[in-house]
Ligand binder design. Structure first.
Ligand SMILES: Nc1nc2c(c(=O)[nH]1)N[C@H]1C(S)=C(S)[C@@H](COP(=O)(O)O)O[C@H]1N2
Ligand SMILES: [Mo]
Length: 219
């Protein structure tokens, strides 16, 4: 287990119970679903948008928010809010699939696309993985091709409104093809690395990848 990640007493119970889910293999149906099927196996559609985090919601006003994009890149970059909002706007509609079994369809996102970020910073050939770091100490990891996808973005808007603090505002990651724990809220650093490094839940029994259609819930 990581000791560089926060274990606040307020959420120790939640973290322990989600680790128990991983040990028990909760919700696993054992049946992969074709990607053409919209609802992945073991999921149910909800109309609301539940909040899930470590119990700490960092309050980062847009004018103090900063994003560092560094590691194995040609052009390490730091954006403040004004810099971020000067990037080409990107909009997309996608579904959310949370490993705790809820899915929410047709979320309208607005932000900056991952592909634009890749054009700006230009990862070096040695860069193979991406680590997201957040203001609450949360981390999560994906392989570079997962980040380098047409539907991945850093979102500041949802359904035409700024993303609220509880959902990761001012800026969060959206990676629609994977379970939602890969979509870091309150992101403040994107690090490109050669060697993979498991993040908060990946170190606590959750799958290193997280494809909902093949039920990559637990490791
Ligand atoms: N920074 C940060 N990002 C995070 C988390 C977190 O605790 N901290 N929780 C993850 C998990 S487990 C889920 S399911 C989604 C929940 O996002 P939501 O609260 O907007 O539904 O955020 C993910 N991103
Ligand atoms: Mo989650």
């Amino acid at each position: 287990m990581a000791d560089d990640t926060p274990e606040h007493p307020a959420n120790a119970k939640l973290i322990a119970s989600k680790q128990q889910w991983a040990r028990d293999g909760r919700l696993l149906t054992g049946a992969a679903a074709p990607r053409a099927q919209r609802l992945p196996p073991g999921q149910r559609e909800v109309r609301n948008w539940p909040v899930l985090d470590l119990g700490v919601q960092p309050q980062v006003p847009a004018d103090r928010w900063e994003l560092r994009i560094d590691g194995l890149v040609e052009h390490p970059t730091t954006w403040n809010w004004a810099d971020f909002r000067r990037q080409p706007p990107f909009q997309d509609v996608s579904d959310i699939h949370c490993v705790t079994s809820w899915s929410r369809y047709d979320n309208h996102w607005e932000g900056v696309s991952a592909r634009h970020i890749l054009e700006v910073v230009r990862p070096l050939p040695e860069a193979r993985h991406v680590i997201f770091h957040s203001y609450d100490g949360y981390t999560t990891n994906v392989a570079l091709p997962v980040f380098d996808d047409a539907d991945v973005l850093l979102a500041h808007g949802w359904e035409g409104e700024p993303i609220t603090t509880d959902h990761g505002g001012p800026v969060r990651v959206i990676i629609p093809k994977f379970y939602f724990w890969k979509s870091a809220k309150w992101v403040n650093r994107i690090e490109f690395v050669a060697e993979d490094r498991p993040g908060f839940w990946e170190e606590r029994g959750y799958h290193n990848e997280g494809d909902p259609w093949t039920e990559q819930r637990y490791s």
